[in-house]
Structures are given as C-alpha cells and as structure tokens.
Design a protein around this ligand. Sequence first.
Ligand code: GRF
Length: 201
Amino acid sequence: MLNKIKVAILISGRGSNMEKLIESCQNPNSKAEIVVVGSNKINALGLNYATKNSISTFVIDQNNFKSTPNSRQEFDNELFKELSKYKIDLICLAGFMRILSADFINKFKNRIINIHPSLLPDFKGANAVLDAINAKASFAGCSTHFVIPEIDSGEIIMQSKIKVEDNDDVDSLSRKILVEEHKIYPQTLQLIAQKILNQNL
Ligand code: GRF
C-alpha cells in the first residue's frame, strides 16, 4: 500500500511556500513526497533550492509560447507531458503566476491545490493584498483551496486570519500574510495527502 503520495510543485518566482512544502516532506512522518518542481520562468529563484534538495526540476519557458494562437493549450500540453513522467498524485501551485486551461485542470480533478493571499472569496486575483488595503479591510489572511477553472474559486481547505493594522501597507501586510501561508500550506498538503492515501478524495 502507498504510504506517501507523489507531489509536483509549480512555481514562478522566489518559492518560499515551495521551501516550506519541501521542508514538511522531509519529516519522516510526512504523507507526501515532493518528486518534482516545475516553473514557467527560467530564472525562478526557487528552482535553486529544489536542486540543492536533490529534487528534479524542469522549466517550460512561457516566452516560447507567446505568439502562437493556441499558446495556452500548447503550454499546458507540454506541462502535462512533463508531469506525466513522474506519476504524480497531486500538484501544489506555489506562486505559479499563470492561468491553467480548463482542459488541464479537468485532467487533475481534485488534484491541484493553491495558496492565495486573501480570505477567499474576498479579493480574488493577482493583487489581493493591495485590494484588501484599498478596501480598508479590517482583517486579511490567506486561503488554501482546490483549483477549478474559475480563478481562486475552488473549495477552500484552510484559512488563516490576521488583523490589518492602520499603518499596514502592501509590503508589511504581505509579510505578515506570508508567515501564515508558511503555516497553512504544509498543513494543507499533509491533510490532503492523508485523504488521498485513505482514498477519501
Ligand atoms: C504568495 O503570496 C502566494 O500566496 C501567492 O504568490 C506568492 C508566492 O510567494 N500565490 P512564494 O513564491 O511562495 O514566496
């Protein structure tokens, strides 16, 4: 019987959430193993950390897909091909700044999760923290959720809530939210991994 699920992480940048996911899987009791880290950007910083931790990496440079009419589908086909080499059970998006096609997402139903820096369903989209500041929200936070074709809209798995102080700006609030992200994403991964192992998902 399986005692760990195989996980791919997709990143686009610094990869601090990816680091926390990798760390959580280094615990011998982890229910998940990170088998590959993929990026849509060649210079994504997180790739170095993955390599240093002996995790396979790949890059599908999105710049190579820009000018073709079916570029989104072509990119996603490449991604699917690359991921298929690893027999993965789950994909964790961790700062992956690219919209995946419905076709790709539907191939991994209930098998893609994401972290978003807001208390969903509030402030979906790429500027969640700025939007929370502009809306003078009293509370902010982060959410982990399943990925469905509608952006930032899949079922919420975990949330962490913090108070927004009067003097918070995008930087200070993003930093505080990131501390919470680093707690709930590894917890979410372990929870979902256990459900997959129990065949409850
Ligand atoms: C995080 O704030 C995450 O919520 C959002 O993108 C950011 C990624 O940060 N989706 P990092 O690359 O994990 O450091």
